[in-house]
Design a protein around this ligand. Structure first.
Ligand code: BES
Ligand code: MN
Ligand code: MN
Length: 452
C-alpha cells in the first residue's frame, strides 16, 4: 500500500490541485454554485475510492456529503470528518500567486484551502483508496462526513447531526484540521477552544453631522464604541465581563507541568510575528494563554470617514465585531448573554445599541485514554518515526464537541498542518511532506485501530 501511495503521489497532487481550484467560499452568496460544485467533487472522490451510499444532502445552506464502507464485521467504525469550505481570500493583492490557481513551489502546495481543510482531509481519502485498491477491503468500518459550512459555524450540520445519529454512529471521529506542535512532530490534539462571536452596532444621531457644528453636543458613536471596547479588558489581560470566568475549569498542576515540558520559545514566536514581545493574561505562559484560557479580541471595526484626506464629520454609526475564545466549561450562549448585559450596562443613554450573537461553538476536552487515541498515537509515531506529542489548540472546530456529546464518539484530532501555513491568510500553503505524512498516518491508524 505504501508503494501504491508513493507511485500515485504525482497524480494525487494533480487531483488536489483540481479540488483547490474550486472557489468554495462558504460565507459568500456569490459562491453558492461553487459550493455545489465542490460538494459534487467530494462525492465523486468518495465514489472513486470505493465508498458506498454516497449522498449529497441538501441543506438550508451548503450541502453535506456522506459516504461509507461498512463491511468489516465485528470491527469498530471510524467517522472521518472534514470541511470543503474555505475562508475568503482578501486582501487579494497580498497573494504571491492567485488563491485558486494552485502551484507547487519549495516543496509546498500554495492555494486557499491547501491546508484548511482540503489538503488535510485529502490524506484520509487516499489511505482508504490504497486499502481498497490494493487489498480490496478496509480493516475497519468507515464513514466520511464532509461539510461545507465549518468556516461559518456549521449551522446546517448542527441541525443534521441530531436527526441522523444512526447514519453517523461511530466509535471515533478522525479529523485532520489542526496543527502539528512543530515541524516533523506527530501531534494528537485533545482540546479545542470554543467561540462566541458578537457584533456591536452603535447608533448616535440620525445622520452624519458636521463635527464643528455639532461636535461636543451629541455623542459620537465611534468615541462611545471605543470606550466600550476599552472597558472589556483590564491592564492585566483579564476580561471584565461579570461572571465571565465562572465556568472556567482550572488547569491542573499536571497539565501545567506538561505544557512546560513542551519545547516552546516566546522569543521565536515574537520574532516570527514581527513583534517586540508577546502579550497576554498575567500569570500564564503562552501555551496556557493560547490553549487553556479564554480571550477576547476585536476582529474588525468600522465607522465614519476612512478614505484619503480629512473630512470633518461626526458619524451616525459605528460598529465592531468581537470574538471570545472559550475554554471548558464555558457555554457560548451564556457568554453571549453576559457580554450583552455588560455592554448595555456600560453604554451611555445618548446612544442606541444593537448587540447580536453571530455564531459560536463549545470548547472541547477529549479523553486521552480511549483505544482510538492509543492507536492514533502509535500510527503517527510509525508514520513520522518520532514520538507523538499531545497538545491543545487555540482555534475552534465547533462541531467536534457535538460528535462527542451526541454520538459518544471519541475525537481524534490528527493535524498535519503547521501554524506557519497561513491558514485564513494570504499565501496559504501545505507541505507536500505533510500531505504524505497524513496519508501514512491515516493508513497506519486504520490498521492499528482494527487490532483493538
Ligand atoms: N481548521 C480551523 C481550526 C484551527 C485553527 C485549527 C487554527 C488549527 C489552528 C477551522 O477551520 C477554523 O478556522 N475554525 C474557526 C471556527 C469558526 C469560524 C466557527 C476558527 O477557529 O475561527
Ligand atoms: Mn479547518
Ligand atoms: Mn478554518
Amino acid at each position: 500500500m505504501i508503494n501504491y501511495l508513493n507511485s500515485n503521489f504525482e497524480n494525487y497532487i494533480e487531483e488536489l490541485k483540481d479540488f483547490l481550484r474550486i472557489k468554495s467560499i462558504s460565507s459568500k452568496e456569490e459562491h453558492k454554485d461553487d459550493m455545489i460544485n465542490c460538494a459534487n467533487n467530494v462525492a465523486d472522490k468518495m465514489r472513486n475510492i470505493g465508498l458506498e451510499n454516497v449522498n449529497v444532502f441538501q441543506t438550508e445552506g451548503h450541502p453535506i456529503v456522506y459516504g461509507d464502507w461498512l463491511h468489516a464485521k465485528g470491527k469498530p467504525t471510524v467517522l472521518v470528518y472534514g470541511h470543503y469550505d474555505v475562508q475568503p481570500v482578501d486582501p487579494l493583492d497580498l497573494w504571491d500567486n492567485p488563491p485558486f490557481d494552485p502551484i507547487i513551489k519549495d516543496g509546498k502546495i500554495w492555494a486557499r484551502g491547501a491546508n484548511d481543510d482540503k489538503g488535510q482531509m485529502f490524506g484520509h481519502f487516499k489511505s482508504v483508496e490504497a486499502f481498497m485498491k490494493v487489498k480490496g477491503e478496509l480493516p475497519v468500518n468507515i464513514k466520511f462526513l464532509i461539510e461545507g459550512e465549518e468556516e461559518i459555524g456549521s449551522p446546517s450540520l448542527t441541525k443534521f447531526l441530531p436527526k441522523n445519529k444512526d447514519l453517523l454512529k461511530a466509535d471515533c471521529v478522525l479529523i485532520s484540521d489542526t496543527s502539528m506542535f512543530a515541524p516533523d512532530t506527530p501531534t494528537i490534539t485533545y482540546g479545542l477552544r470554543g467561540l462566541t462571536y458578537m457584533e456591536i452596532e452603535v447608533t448616535g444621531p440620525n445622520r452624519d453631522l458636521h463635527s464643528g457644528s455639532f461636535g461636543g453636543a451629541v455623542a459620537n458613536p465611534i468615541n462611545e464604541l471605543a470606550k466600550i471596547i476599552s472597558q472589556l479588558q483590564d491592564k492585566r489581560g483579564k476580561i471584565k465581563i461579570p461572571n465571565f470566568y465562572d465556568d472556567v475549569v482550572k488547569l491542573t498542576k499536571k497539565e501545567r507541568d506538561n505544557f512546560r515540558k513542551l519545547k516552546y520559545s516566546d522569543k521565536q514566536l515574537a520574532q516570527e510575528l514581527g513583534v517586540k514581545q508577546l502579550q497576554g493574561e498575567e500569570g500564564y505562559i503562552t501555551l496556557e494563554r493560547l490553549w487553556a484560557r479564554p480571550t477576547l479580541d476585536c476582529n474588525g471595526i468600522v465607522g465614519g470617514y476612512t478614505e484619503k484626506g480629512a473630512k470633518t464629520v461626526l458619524p451616525s454609526k459605528a460598529s465592531a465585531k468581537i470574538s471570545m475564545r472559550l475554554v471548558p466549561n464555558q457555554d457560548p450562549k451564556n457568554i453571549a448573554k453576559l457580554f450583552e448585559k455588560y455592554v448595555r450596562s456600560i453604554a451611555p443613554k445618548s446612544i442606541q445599541l444593537n448587540v447580536s450573537d453571530l455564531h459560536g461553538g463549545s470548547p472541547l476536552l477529549s479523553p486521552l485514554t480511549d483505544k482510538a487515541v492509543i492507536a492514533a498515537a502509535k500510527a503517527t509515531e510509525k508514520a513520522f518515526g518520532k514520538k507523538t506529542v499531545y497538545t491543545r489548540e487555540g482555534g475552534s472546530i465547533p462541531i467536534v464537541v457535538e460528535f462527542m456529546k451526541q454520538l459518544k464518539a471519541t475525537p481524534i484530532l490528527m493535524g498535519m498542518g503547521l501554524d506557519t501555513d497561513n491558514i485564513h491568510s494570504p499565501n496559504e500553503h501545505f507541505l507536500l511532506k505533510n500531505l504524505k505524512y497524513g496519508m501514512l498516518s491515516s493508513l497506519y491508524f486504520l490498521e492499528e485501530y482494527s487490532k483493538i
